[in-house]
Design a protein around this ligand. Sequence first.
Ligand code: R5P
Length: 294
Amino acid sequence: MIVIGGSTSRDLAKELAMILECKCILASSTRFPDGECYTRIEGESLNDDVVIVQNTYPDQSIIEMLLIQDAAKRMGAKSITLVIPYFGYARQDRIFKPGEPESAKVMAKHLDLACDRVITVDIHKEDVLKNFKCPTKDLKASGAIAEFFMDKGIDIVLAPDAGAAERAKDVGNRMGLPHDHLEKIRLSGTEVKIAPANMDCDGKNVLIVDDIIATGGTILAATIQLKQAGAKSVSVACTHGVFTGDAIRRLTGNNIDVLLCCNTLESEVSNISVASTVADELKRTKKKRLLRKS
Ligand code: R5P
């Protein structure tokens, strides 16, 4: 197996190859004077199963991915597995207004042209993967997040809304801790507050988990409410730290005691690694393939 790291995911690719004890090639990536992407996989031929690690975010990464796929195919890759740690456009998974494209489907259709398998991590909507013809697997970052926070004195794991409740449940169960989600509670005809649906956070060390932090608005609103409700500390962990604008600064300067995310998107706070989770899946599929052959 050979791991090829695209420009969005070089550190993760290196870590993955280290765990899998296989060769890692970092595809070079530069821009022509007109801004077009130039990428190259160093070497003569691949002649092995190839794993390309690259996000489909930001936009230019999509072009880079397509070009790396083509180069890998031309260099004789026996099979191509795409590891897409952060699948951009997964939030545009359906047509909300007439005249819109089905963006997630467009991504899948083009990536599908040169790959045998796709692995994502906490894709925003799993249904997006149904647009691929090849086999797909969405991995969960809950295990990596739970492991990271295991001995950090957390009392409760919370989701910022009911939609993310399953994730909080998964992390909470792995840590042997209670879990809950935040919801709007109507106090009177005119008053509404955001609070945990079932638990009291007074004096507790809370861990909020979410899949994406973009502007940080969701997490900030939740944290302010929790602190007002008496939470002793609020730690925040998400899978994908998109962090638009100065979101990291805004969040760390505002009631949040610890802010961390996974290394699906590299940033100054992406200290939780999903490399083992991805490596386990690659080992599992390799074993399955070998068994099928024997
Ligand atoms: C929503 O469905 C997601 O799970 C996140 O809660 C949301 O994308 C976060 O966005 P923001 O940081 O901009 O509030």
